[in-house]
Every structure is written in C-alpha cells, then in structure tokens.
Design a protein around this ligand. Structure first.
Ligand SMILES: NC(=O)c1ccc[n+]([C@@H]2O[C@H](COP(=O)([O-])OP(=O)(O)OC[C@H]3O[C@@H](n4cnc5c(N)ncnc54)[C@H](O)[C@@H]3O)[C@@H](O)[C@H]2O)c1
Length: 458
C-alpha cells in the first residue's frame, strides 16, 4: 500500500466537498483524500461516470485522481478513525422549524457530524469547518468534541469555502484568497499551519490569509452578504431605470468603471438564487438580532427583500405586458438553474417565477441544458408544466419566452426561426439581459428586459 504524507477526510460529498477534495487530490498526489457521505446513492454517483455535480473541468480531475489518491466512501466511522485532518462540508440550510425558523442556520447535520467524529476518533484530529456557519460555531464544535471521556485532542479550524458554482474548479485552482482561522494558542497555531501547508502546495503564499477563528467564520457570511448586496443594489436601480428611460446596463458600466467600485456583480437580473446568498444573509440577520443589533439586521434584511421584490416585479411585468391575463398562454422558461454552468436549482428564481405563472393559469414549458432533472423534482406535483431539453421545441407555439438563466446557448439561438414558430404577438422577457434586444425587436418580438424601457410593437 502507498504511504501517503497526510490522510485527509471530508465529511459531506456535495457541491463543496466533492470539488474541493478533488482539487486537493489533484494538486497533492502525496496525500490520500477521502470523501465520505451518508447518502449512498451520491457516493455511488461519485464513483461512476456520471458525477452528482456538474462543474466544468471536474470530471477530468476526478477521473484522473479517483482510485489513486481520491476515494469516495460511505463508512464514516472507519474514515474518521483513519484520517488525521477532517474537513466538514455538510449542509447547513435555513432552519425550517422552531426558534429562528426561516432565518437561523439549521445546525443539525453539522452537530451530528461533530458527534460522529467524537465517537469514532481514537487519535488526535484537526477538524476543519468548511461549511458556512454562524460566527462562534467553532466554540460549540470544541465543546462537543472535548466532551468525550477519552483524551483525544481535537483542534478546530475555520476554513470557509469561497468557490462559486459554475466556476468552482477555476476558483479552487486560482482562488482570490484562502482563509484559515484558528485559536491563537500554540496548539491552535500549529493546527493552522498544517492546514495552510495543504493549500501552499498550489496557492501562492500571499493569497493564504490567516486570522482568528471568529474573524474567519464571520468573513464568509459577510462576503456573501456583500456580493448579494451588489446584486440587490443594481436590481433596485433597474426598477428606477424602467420608470425613467435610463438603461441599467449603461448605468452599471458608468459606475463600474469607478475603480473604487469595480465592474463585477453589476448585472441586473430577475434576482439572485442558489443555496447560499439568501440563507447566509438571513443567518447574518438572525445573528445581528440575537445580539440586539436590530438596525444592522434590518439593513442586511433589505438585501433579501429587494431580491424577492425583483422576482415579483418580473411576473407583474409579464402579466401587464400580456394584456393582464396569462390564463391558457404558453410560456417557455429558458433556463432553470440558478446560474449558468451548473445544474443546481436550489433557491433558483426560476422556481418562484414558474409557480407564479402556473398560479396565473399559464402553461409553462421548462428547458435547461443541465438542470431539467432538478427542475422536474422541484416542480413535482405542480400541474401545467412540461419539460423539453431542446429550446426550439420548448418555444414552439408559445406566446412568450422568459430567460431565467444566462446560459450562453440562449444568446446564440436562431430567433427568427423561434419567432416563426411562436403564437403572435410574441413576447420575450429577458430576465438576465443576455439577448440582443434591438435585433429581437426587429424580428417582431415585443421585448422586455431588466432595467430598460420595453420595446413593444404598437
Ligand atoms: N454550494 C456552494 O456554492 C457553497 C459555496 C461555499 C460554501 N458552501 C457551504 O458549504 C456547505 C455545504 O454546501 P453544499 O452545497 O456542498 O451542500 P450539499 O447539500 O451539496 O452537500 C452536503 C452533503 O453533506 C452530506 N451529509 C449531511 N450530514 C452528513 C453526515 N452526518 N455525515 C456524512 N455526510 C453528511 C449530505 O448527504 C450532502 O451530500 C454549506 O454550509 C454551504 O453553505 C456552499
């Protein structure tokens, strides 16, 4: 058997655990990297040709490292015993019950994992929080781990993950920064160094930031809050643009060239989605409230409120443009994933829009190159929804198309062909501002985009 320099385990084989560990295994052939999950089906998929997560570049890396120094397993106890460094990347959704329901983080999976580690460990472990959790969670983790009868030593490290789905492999290979936080004791700093050493195999040293454990935990929540805040800011401005004949893309360009602001995350859209932004901001809001900081909580909650408003506004625009009734009309949703280059549909705006359209008695046809299976699961039991992988077929006979996801392929379609196959008058609602609106108008469409005066034929 090969002697590996380190034996690394990750508990949780999801969107974070799988890609992150694949990158460590790829960059560090001297380490054994194992990913374990209680979900046997998911592990079987990780061990197959059809991975449970779609990320450009992921398949190649997994194929090369799997069975060499990357392993996917289901026996949590054995894996914990064998590893000295344990990443925890389990899900931390918004709590759906009891105190803090709809706001606080649900830490049940995380706590179960801490207990599993404690029960199985018979040698010292470094336990790394990879999942996004409220600040001070490490304290609870330490308490649970140190409540064992034995004398096993545990050091808890915070190493939040900043990857974005759709660009996860690039983000992991060339991160803007890696953050490693620990207790500032001799033992804490030693454990911190061990984790820093892993990343130092491929990440330039100046991009590996060290901090206190509390700053590290809080930084992840704050990073997501700031990112989402930019989207809500430009989306709020888009509503005003629509009333004033300004064009949000021109406004975004003008402000983005200010070097103090920068140009990224200024695309107005139907709203942000994904499993993290809303959950992490609400988590931050809940934390602020629980510390009595109600003004701060209200400030951040506004980011989520604008996002909800943007989705509602989108449907109201469709309704008013289409003569105040959608009943019996066929509407194709172009895209269902919460963003391009992923099949992930968690908290996707498309779900909310699809449900609202069905409530208005429209017939909805969903198309997406990677997310149709998830769309079917998300909309299970919802009537008047059809699924079609081919966008041309999805649009055929429709009264309207609504672009939900910025897949490049939607910008490259033959819209003359699509227009010819649709009911008239034909409408396009570009929820991602990715289409050539002038050209579509020339073809004959009534064009509605975000943050721009509509182009409707009289
Ligand atoms: N998805 C992202 O883009 C992203 C980015 C950065 C950080 N995060 C954070 O990372 C964490 C994980 O997110 P994700 O998107 O990978 O979630 P996920 O739901 O895709 O994966 C979590 C996995 O953990 C497994 N799990 C739960 N309890 C377990 C246990 N006791 N033992 C073994 N496995 C267990 C689940 O079966 C699941 O497969 C969350 O805290 C999230 O906020 C996510």
């Amino acid at each position: 058997m090969t002697n590996f320099a380190k034996n690394i385990l990750c508990i949780g084989a999801g969107y974070v655990g799988g890609p992150t560990m694949a990158m460590i295994a790829h960059k560090c052939p001297q380490y054994k990297v194992t990913v374990v999950d209680i979900n046997h089906e998911k592990i079987a998929q990780w061990n197959s040709d059809r991975l449970p997560v779609y990320e450009p570049g992921l398949d190649e890396i997994v194929r090369a490292a799997r069975g060499r120094n990357l392993f996917f397993e289901t026996d949590v106890e054995r894996c914990v015993r064998e590893a000295s460094i344990i990443f925890v990347a389990v899900n931390t959704p918004t709590k759906a019950y009891g105190a803090g329901a709809g706001m606080a983080a649900d830490l049940q999976y995380w706590e179960k994992t801490a207990r599993q580690i404690r029960e199985a460990a018979d040698s010292p472990k470094i336990v790394i929080e990879k999942c996004t959790i409220p600040v001070k969670t490490a304290l609870a983790m330490e308490k649970i781990l140190s409540s064992a009868y034995g004398s096993v030593r545990f050091d808890v490290i915070s190493n939040p993950e900043f990857l974005a789905e759709g660009t996860a492999m690039r983000d992991l290979e060339f991160p803007d920064r890696v953050l490693v936080g620990s207790r500032e004791t001799g033992q804490g700093l030693k454990a911190r160094r061990e984790v820093v050493d892993i990343y130092a195999n491929w990440v330039p040293r100046e991009r590996i930031i060290e901090s206190s454990i509390w700053s590290s935990e809080l930084s992840k929540l704050v990073a997501n809050a700031f990112l989402a805040q930019r989207i809500s800011s430009i989306n709020a401005v888009s509503a005003l643009c629509e009333k004033t004949d300004a064009d949000v893309r021109e406004v975004a360009r003008a402000i983005g060239l200010d070097s103090r602001l920068g140009s990224r995350f200024l695309n107005a859209s139907v709203g942000f989605g994904g499993s993290c932004f809303k959950k992490d901001i609400l988590n931050l809001v809940y934390l602020c409230r629980s510390y009595g900081l109600s003004e701060v909580a209200d400030y951040w909650e506004g980011v989520v409120k604008i996002n909800e408003y943007q989705k509602e506004r989108f449907v109201l625009t469709m309704l008013s443009a289409m003569f105040n009734t959608l009943a019996g009309k066929r509407i194709a949703l172009f895209g269902f994933a919460f963003k391009a280059d992923t099949g992930d549909t968690r908290d996707t705006p498309a779900l909310c829009i699809a449900k609202s359209l069905v409530e208005e008695r429209a017939e909805v046809v969903v198309t997406d190159p990677k997310a149709l299976e998830n769309a079917r699961a998300d909309l299970a039991g919802v009537e008047r929804v059809a699924y079609e992988i081919d966008p041309y077929k999805a649009a055929r006979g429709c009264d309207a198309i609504a672009v939900m996801t910025e897949w490049k392929l939607y910008a490259e379609l033959d819209y003359e062909r699509i227009y010819a196959s649709m009911a008239k008058p034909a409408f396009i609602f570009d929820g991602r501002n990715i289409l050539d609106h002038e050209r579509l108008f020339e073809i004959g469409f009534n064009v509605f985009s975000i943050g721009k005066t509509p182009m409707a034929h009289a």
